[in-house]
Ligand binder design. Sequence first.
Ligand code: SF4
Length: 258
Amino acid sequence: MEKTKIQWTEATWNPWHGCKKVSPGCKFCYMYRDKDRYGQDPTMILKSKTMFGQPLKWKDPQLIFTCSWSDWFIEEADAWRNEAWEIIRKTPQHTYQILTKRPERIKDNLPDFFNELNNVWIGVSVESQEQVNRIAYLNDLDCITFASFEPLIGEINWDENMNKLDWSIIGGESGNDIGKFRYRPMELEWAEKLINASVKNNVKCFVKQLGTYQANILKLKDRHGGNIDEWEQKFQIRQFPDKKLGTINTTKGQLTLF
Ligand code: SF4
């Protein structure tokens, strides 16, 4: 099992890894940072020999962030994706959270049996107003849909398409003060605006982290959202979508937060 520190999931599954940057949110991609550390080329998209079939071996239900080191819908993985969809079909005990920055490729890359699945959530990353149009690609999908406003690098105006979401994730960027992998500021007002709009429109909301910029200003001890008691109460919100689909109970109380 690939454990993770990402608080809105339980495990990660990377049937392939490596990616190409597509928008400003990718600037300080953690996969690039980690591959850099291992001396690997992050732009090489490779099928994983060891991880590909892993979920078949996990008996206990897991909430799985799928492709945390790539993008499920990346073109270079077209040859492998059907086999990966089959694994999802064969493991109804798990819930797969698929987050993409390539939403224009969703429709053409769903399997014929997609509507039979009840264990897939699909979401898009929206780092600033410029990427809000990605959400429209989720509108007609028959599954739980979500938007990850992380790293939030600009103010975002709520719109009607967002009302149809099941879930919003909000987070500032984390990174270093020096070197190649830095961070951009997230203003607390931007996060507050999204929280309020989510609550008002009945979209479940999860604040993941306030980001390094705010962690410095607020002198937070845990800089990655590990202790939300350090935050002002209005930011202490960690909800999950209602269990209208899927086999795992995703209420906060029943999830193990790492
Ligand atoms: S899409 Fe995701 S994994 Fe790919 S470069 Fe951008 S941030 Fe990294």
